[in-house]
Design a binder for this molecule. Structure first.
Ligand SMILES: *Cc1c(COP(=O)(O)O)cnc(C)c1O
Length: 361
């Protein structure tokens, strides 16, 4: 098989996509004259106010360059160096942040809990919290959930509220990694505050880059006390943008007329379509219900190799393995169809098709 050139759209990561036109246009719009630097400008103020409106809550808003910084710095602001932070075994903070949460908290330890579908449960948290109470165990202080999860599932409001009860019972703090928060919102058809303030979330790291921004995530504190001196943490960590207006502008462009929602809906719809297509193929096993913008599948190795030779790029190391097929704000149904067609062709070319059912006979 001769390898084909890479496709113009990939299913590797929602970070493969570019900037949405609304964010890009707003960057041009704020690119006028001289304004105060380091977030003291009117556009940044406007973006912060827009988040207060969006979440219908008093909150303190900060902008950082990426999700790793948002998660690490926000968790560090909730705990001391001898504390621990409870996360799911497949959480991004544990598997994909190179130890940054421990680094920025000066040693607070991540403790991993289990739970099906990439979700923490009150029981799983409880087990870790009550396991030990002696001085030799890092004291549990923070619970962090990922919404939507790393495997494309979504915590319901009831699940979040149940976790919050456990959080409260043990005087813990509640952090949410919302790299794909928009996709969770769309899936549940609820208001932003219902998944955050109303569920007792103390701080949310709200993802922008995976849903149409070029750069910049928002760290939103609903626990106003925890926001105290957070700006210093950002600055010290090299996360204070001098020309902050260009991060704020992207959020204004994406949020003002609801483009951010439309794009998340598109990504979710494309994932649903892909899931439906792939469920019809017996040799392909869908691993999790596709509730956000990804589909995880188990496929025979030769099929994976054939798809890569056809120019497709996708990851097979995320969470518990399997191929992760990720849709983004601009993924088109044509891309989904092309991938589906190539899976079918690969099954035939590799002789895998029908082999499973023939063996069963
Ligand atoms: C992408 C992602 C992040 C942010 O990663 P950065 O590369 O640091 O921007 C955080 N959490 C989850 C679950 C993600 O998928």
């Amino acid at each position: 098989m001769t390898p084909q050139p890479p496709k113009s759209q990939q299913l590797a990561s929602d970070n493969y996509s570019g900037i949405c036109p609304e964010a890009l246009e707003y960057i041009h719009k704020v690119n006028v004259g001289h304004v105060p630097a380091y977030g003291e400008d009117m556009w940044t103020r406007e973006a912060c106010d827009l988040f207060r409106e969006l979440f219908e809550a008093e909150c303190e808003v900060f902008f950082v360059f990426n999700g790793t910084a948002g998660n690490s710095l926000s968790m560090a602001s909730l705990c001391r160096s001898y504390h621990s932070m409870i996360c799911h075994r497949v959480a991004h903070v544990e598997t994909d942040e190179c130890g940054a949460p421990e680094f920025f908290s000066h040693g607070a330890k991540l403790l991993m809990a289990e739970g099906v579908g990439g979700k923490l449960t009150p029981d799983g948290i409880e087990q870790i919290v009550t396991k030990r109470s002696d001085i030799h165990y890092p004291r549990p202080r923070v619970v962090t959930v990922t919404q939507a999860t790393e495997v494309g599932t979504v915590y319901t409001q009831a699940e979040l509220r149940a976790i919050h009860e456990t959080v409260q019972k043990h005087s813990l703090k509640f952090q949410m990694d919302g790299a794909r928060f928009a996709n969770a919102l769309i899936h549940l058809e609820v208001k932003p505050r219902q998944l955050t303030v109303d569920a007792g979330v103390d701080v949310l790291c709200l993802g922008g880059s995976k849903n149409g921004l070029g750069i910049g995530e928002a760290v939103i504190f609903f626990d106003l006390e925890a926001a105290d001196e957070f700006a210093y943490r950002c600055k010290q960590a090299g996360q204070l943008a001098a020309k902050m207006r260009f991060i704020a502008a992207q959020w204004l462009g994406a949020l003002k007329d609801g483009a951010w929602y439309c794009y998340a809906r598109n990504a979710n719809d494309c994932a649903s379509l892909l899931e439906r297509n792939l469920r019809e193929i017996p040799e392909v096993k869908v691993l999790y219900p596709s509730e956000a913008n990804s589909v995880f599948v188990r496929m025979p190795e030769p099929v994976i190799a054939a798809l890569r030779a056809k120019g497709w790029i996708f990851y097979t190391f995320i969470a518990t393995g399997g191929a992760r097929l990720m849709c983004s704000w601009d993924t088109t149904p044509e891309t989904i169809q092309a991938f589906t067609d190539d899976v079918k062709a690969a099954l035939v070319e590799t002789g895998v098709e029908g082999a499973a059912s023939a063996k069963a006979k």
